[in-house]
Design a binder for this molecule. Structure first.
Ligand code: PBG
Length: 325
């Protein structure tokens, strides 16, 4: 088809036509809402670098889940900010830890809401690294043991999906094996499979108080320059038993989202991370961009690239608008 027979503008004439030929539509079912759960009661401590996001006590997190559920959001992912941090991140696998208590409360009050949990140590260690530090670096195999304990304690509390975000080698297989041995063969694993060492996590580290106290995460998270390696990472995680594979961050990594979806045809999650959120918020606040419009554009693009689900701090905003339609 050629011009003038073909005129692409014919189908862009008005919103009705545009809506009919639109290829990608976000749905509330695509959304996973991240929540930061901390100590205290009836407390919501705003995160300065993430307008609209707060560290919530367990009771307030439950309230937030009730609201999310009523807006049609199917899933939340929980991050814990413990009262006390130490070298081994012991609160990560304490059965009375903040995340474990939150899971139990949410499942008691809103059983149909899917509860996913971030399985990592960086929010729980005093040094801020994602594992056990030995000789100035994170020890892979020693860390796996603790991640397994953490995943099991989340499963015992009632988590539907555990999501290891540490990027240790072999952790998905170890977690799958331990879950199966303990009778949690129905608990799914969403692996942060291709997680890059990204500057876009800065506001999250503010929220989770998890900035590394020395060095950085480049010895375990991926080099942003690599794409083939991401496919290897995803393949390994699938072989080890991942049910859902994640690419993170999202916006600057849509080629990875696309390639992972094309190559494996597995359920793909993309994490629209804190920095992506905060940049939109900041520019919106300055009147430099239209926050609402950019939110829709970015999230639709992530889905267009191949993501089946999106972890986003905008989840409630999107769901509210979809609900009102
Ligand atoms: C690690 C973890 C991080 C994020 C999710 N899980 C931070 C990191 O690796 O430093 C980042 C999420 C975001 O930026 O929104 N447990």
């Amino acid at each position: 088809m050629e011009f003038p027979t073909y005129r692409a503008r014919r189908l862009r004439k008005n919103e009705k036509l545009r809506a009919m030929v639109r290829e990608t539509a976000l749905s509330a079912n695509d959304l996973i809402y991240p929540l930061f759960v901390g100590p205290g009661k009836n407390s919501a401590r705003p995160v300065p670098s993430m307008p609209g996001v707060a560290q919530l006590s367990v009771d307030r997190a439950v309230q937030e889940c009730e609201e999310a559920g009523s807006l049609g959001i199917p899933a939340v992912i929980l991050f814990g900010i413990p009262e006390r941090k130490d070298g081994q991140g012991s609160e990560a696998y304490a059965d009375d830890g903040v995340v474990q208590r939150a899971i139990q409360e949410i499942k008691r009050k809103i059983p149909e809401l899917l509860v996913m949990t971030d399985v990592c140590l960086c929010e729980y260690t005093d040094h801020g690294h994602c594992g056990v530090v030995k000789d100035g670096d994170v020890d892979n195999d020693a860390t796996i043991e603790l991640l397994v304990k953490e995943a099991l304690s989340h499963a015992r509390a009632g988590a539907d999906v555990v999501a290891p975000s540490d990027m240790m080698d072999g952790r998905v297989g170890a977690i799958r094996k331990a879950l199966d041995q303990d009778g949690f063969e129905q608990v799914a694993i969403m692996a942060y499979a291709a997680k890059y060492a990204s500057g876009f996590y800065a506001p999250f580290r503010d929220a989770a108080e998890s900035t590394p106290q020395f060095g950085d995460r480049r010895s375990y998270q991926m080099d942003p320059a690599n794409a083939d390696e991401a496919l290897r990472e995803v393949e390994l995680d699938i072989r080890e038993g991942a049910d859902i594979v994640m690419v993170k961050p999202a916006m600057a990594y849509l080629d990875i989202v696309y390639r992972v979806k094309q190559k494996f045809g597995y359920p793909v999650a993309a994490y629209n991370v804190s920095g992506e959120y905060s940049m939109i918020k900041a520019a919106g606040k300055n009147g430099w961009i239209d926050e609402r419009r950019i939110m829709w554009e970015v999230l639709t693009a992530i889905k267009r690239a191949g993501a089946d689900m999106i972890l986003t701090y905008f989840a409630k905003n999107v769901a509210r608008e979809l609900h009102a339609r």
